[in-house]
Write a protein that binds this ligand. Structure first.
Ligand code: NAD
Length: 516
């Protein structure tokens, strides 16, 4: 498929065949840069379709979990190679479908390639432990086991990378998967699944059900045969998912929103900090869970930093991310455009100064899409809603502080805790920030976006429920530990009882095995 492919009507991917929703209903995926451009038509699935997908995944489970780990890893490695082969076409499709500029879309696909290569290695490295037993002639060890059929629910802002962060390790651990991708990026998810199919994934091991969250997503969460849910999305949705999983005692992993900040201390390299602020705030049009929507600046450099920031913001080119030279693409859809603009009005009503941007862009071709001018508020105080709530658009807020202590307090003052960053050349300040910032990820002299797949990814506070994706322990989230005891003494040995008795009295157990 090329990025400019004709409108295609796609089906759910169930047991390696594409099928429409049983209800016959569909929805469209549209290009946010040219809203008349329909990227594809997809099934609007409901609980019946989800049930079909879960059955297909169940039917495939025994064969897949019995497939040797290295063989599973080889399929994932092959998928990474195919992603590499199709990187440019997939990146162009991504820009067309969800708007991020092409260079970032390439990065999104690259992240999935990296994840595939990394996870494939686990096929020969998914070690368990052998652990000394407290009893004689007893062997103790651990091994990883799959959950069974698992559900992955993903957002649109990293439409290939985030599915790869969930699907690759879930498959590696021997689970079979039903993926419910976001309604704004179904074409990217379909290509990702087709690539896994081409790589040799057996029938039914990965199934994709398209549709809306309250219909297909909710049905997947509640399906009794889905043993675990891996969810990335907003806090409000995450809470609903967690509540449903809680009632069903179902494993549930949540990666949620952020209100990330860059702290700029008085000794920082200002040019570097402005580079980081622009990338952090306006990359993916601010629609990243790691977007830098707060810039916390020490007062001695406040005016120098702000002047540079505003002048560089004014130079940013808004447009279709497929066009060379475009810095910032559209926001995802009309409702998000309205939401971002609403926050501009909220910021003004709260008394913040709209220093630049804050408008729906309507010039020329921009009127065809959902574009918002990159926006900077100054004079923002920590309690304002624009300093507390996730906006998920190209809007950032400058807050002034008088000390490192105050900077850390302000950075920690939201309910979120995903990604925080500090710009300083003072080692002591950097280490205090590393220690005291309340977030799953901290950057020093780098912006809030820049995660690499070989480190854990996730947040604290309302950003999640304590899980981490990726990194050296990536499989922990997607597998369960089984402990195995093998007693080769030939007699009953009672843990805690026989051992302690022997130690205390120094006596030999009465039922000692002869000859050992
Ligand atoms: P969203 O919560 O609206 O949707 C996410 C997914 O959940 C979609 O597939 C959607 O269809 C599904 N969904 C919606 N309602 C559901 C329900 N009741 N039951 C089950 N599934 C349901 O989020 P979005 O707008 O797609 O993405 C933006 C949000 O995602 C932001 O808050 C962003 O910060 C967050 N995000 C977090 C991370 C992270 O790793 N922490 C990464 C990317 C995005």
């Amino acid at each position: 498929m090329t990025s400019e492919a004709a409108v295609a009507e796609a089906g759910n991917l169930i047991a390696a065949a594409q099928s429409p929703a049983r209800s016959g209903r569909t929805f469209e995926s549209r290009n946010p840069a040219h809203s008349h451009d329909v990227v594809g038509v997809f099934p609007r699935s409901d609980a019946t379709d989800v049930d079909d997908a879960v059955r297909a995944a169940q039917a495939a489970l025994r064969g897949w979990r019995g497939t040797p780990w290295p063989a599973r890893g080889e399929i994932i490695l092959r998928a990474a190679e195919l992603l590499q082969r199709d990187k440019e076409a997939l990146a162009r499709l991504m820009t067309r479908e969800m708007g991020k500029v092409l260079v970032e879309a390439r990065g999104d696909v690259q992240e999935a390639i990296d994840m595939g290569i990394f996870i494939a290695g686990e096929g020969r490295r998914a070690f368990g432990e052998t652990v000394p037993s407290e009893l004689r002639h007893k062997w103790a060890m651990t091994m990883r086991q799959p959950f069974g059929v698992v559900g992955c629910i993903t957002p649109w802002n990293f439409p290939v990378a985030i599915p790869s962060w969930k699907v690759f390790p879930a498959l590696m651990a021997g689970n079979t998967v039903v993926l419910k991708p976001a309604e704004d990026s179904p074409a990217c998810a379909l290509r990702f699944a087709e690539i896994l199919e081409e790589a040799g994934l057996p029938v039914g091991v990965l199934n994709v059900v398209f549709g809306f969250g309250e219909e297909a997503g909710d049905a997947l969460v509640r399906h009794p045969d889905v043993k675990a849910i891996f969810f990335t999305g907003g806090v409000a949705t995450g809470r609903l998912v967690a509540e449903a999983c809680g009632r069903l005692l179902k494993k549930c992993s949540l990666e949620l929103g952020g209100k990330n900040a860059i702290v700029v201390l008085a000794d920082a390299d200002l040019e570097l900090a402005v580079d980081g602020a622009l990338w952090g705030a306006f990359g993916t049009a601010g629609q990243r869970c790691t977007a830098a929507s707060r810039l916390i600046v020490e007062r001695p450099v406040l005016s120098g930093f702000t002047e540079r920031l505003l002048s560089r913001t004014a130079d940013l080119r808004l447009g279709d991310g497929l066009e060379p030279g475009v810095d910032v693409g559209p926001v995802i859809n009309q409702s998000q455009l309205g939401r971002v603009h609403e926050y501009t009005k909220i910021g003004e009503a709260e008394g913040a100064r709209r220093a630049i941007g804050g408008e729906i862009a309507r010039d020329g071709a921009l009127a065809e899409g959902w574009f918002y001018t990159p926006t900077v508020f100054t004079g923002v105080t920590p309690a304002m809603r624009i300093a507390q709530e996730e906006i998920f658009g190209p809007t950032t807020a400058v807050l002034a502080v008088d000390s490192l202590d105050e900077a850390l307090d302000v950075a920690n003052s939201t309910r979120y805790g995903l990604s925080l960053s500090v710009y300083t050349n003072d080692l002591r300040c950097a280490f205090r920030a590393i220690d005291e910032l309340e977030s799953g990820i901290v950057y020093v002299n780098a912006p809030t976006s820049g995660a690499e797949i070989q480190l854990p990814f996730g947040g604290v506070k309302d950003t999640g429920n304590g899980h981490r994706e990726a990194g050296g322990r990536a499989l922990d989230e997607f597998s369960e530990w089984k402990s195995i005891y093998i007693d080769h003494s030939g007699r009953l040995q009672r843990a805690q009882i026989d051992t302690y008795e022997e130690t205390r009295t120094g006596s030999q157990p009465s039922n000692k095995v002869s000859g050992q």
